[in-house]
Design a protein around this ligand. Sequence first.
Ligand SMILES: Cc1cc2nc3c(=O)[nH]c(=O)nc-3n(C[C@H](O)[C@H](O)[C@H](O)COP(=O)(O)O)c2cc1C
Length: 337
Amino acid sequence: MTAGLPDLSVDLGPLRLAHPLVNASGTLDLFEAAAALEEPALLREPPVAAYVPKTVTLRPRRGNEPPRIVETEAGLLNSIGLPNAGVEAFVEEELPRLLALPRPIILNVGGFSPEEYGLLAARLRRGVEALLGADPSAWTTRVGLELNVSCPNVHSGCISIGTDPAETRSAVAGARVEWPGLLVVKLTPNVTDIVPIARAAAEAGASALSLVNTFKGLVLDRVTLRPYLGGATGGLSGPAVKPLALRLVFEVAAAVGLPIVGMGGVCSVGDVLDFMACGARVVAVGAAGFRDPWLPARLVQELAHALADRRWTLADLIGCAHRGVKNPRNVLRPPTP
Ligand SMILES: Cc1cc2nc3c(=O)[nH]c(=O)nc-3n(C[C@H](O)[C@H](O)[C@H](O)COP(=O)(O)O)c2cc1C
């Protein structure tokens, strides 16, 4: 507590975060933003408690045909398709500068079969060890791994993995064998019931869950009345999805005891309060960060003041929406702050 403001630090597995605000994968490239906006402060003092780079795959990918992104009334529809140079180039070119940032890093990987998650985790572990030392205690407090089992814009592989409990279990278990540190599993909202998938991830060794990835959607070209995006369908994010995402965080927090990274349409401190009240311990800013990469830092200040106004600690806030609620899913374990 400084100057009457509450302590905002939170633990996410072995990572100790100074506050609960991070970025959502694929929506903030700190290096590009710092260069484009001529703001080196983004690298000196990143506006997030941990930095999550975009998804890396085993092999290089070109991504989907343009156009890849379109605005909707209250959000963004994207069909980017995970373009990246592949894990070998990532380890050689990206990892050193990521590990030099003054924040913990949560690497994010996407696979096209459950086995690929183990291969990706093993390759990243070797890369991290080469830079930070082979003893896990030298780096597991600084580097975590997020498994993107939920990208809606690739037409095989990881979309189906995150919709199927057995495949999710197998992907997570494979990565767990190779990765001794924080293991976050990023869930898709594009399922009838998210709880069995969340449970499978937890049972297979996830140390936290992040939710949600984007919702499958479609925008038509106004003139041709055909799909606008090169990938035809896309993933919807932004304010339009917030109540949908909030419901999913609420349900997963009620059913699974793991820490949750909540996201989906976060723009304001009210959104941060909502996600944390529903059980998120950490909150990620996604599409809103395109407009203002400093938004997470502002939200941290506003969160501190919002808590101080209520005379609440973070522990009072996290999961408070569940207390006293008769949930049809039967609140098995109220989320622990
Ligand atoms: C342009 C764009 C690119 C994204 N790329 C990734 C990605 O590479 N990996 C990933 O796990 N999620 C990716 N996402 C999903 C976001 O991390 C987040 O889950 C989603 O956008 C919901 O948050 P929001 O409504 O605040 O944007 C992407 C989202 C957008 C809009």
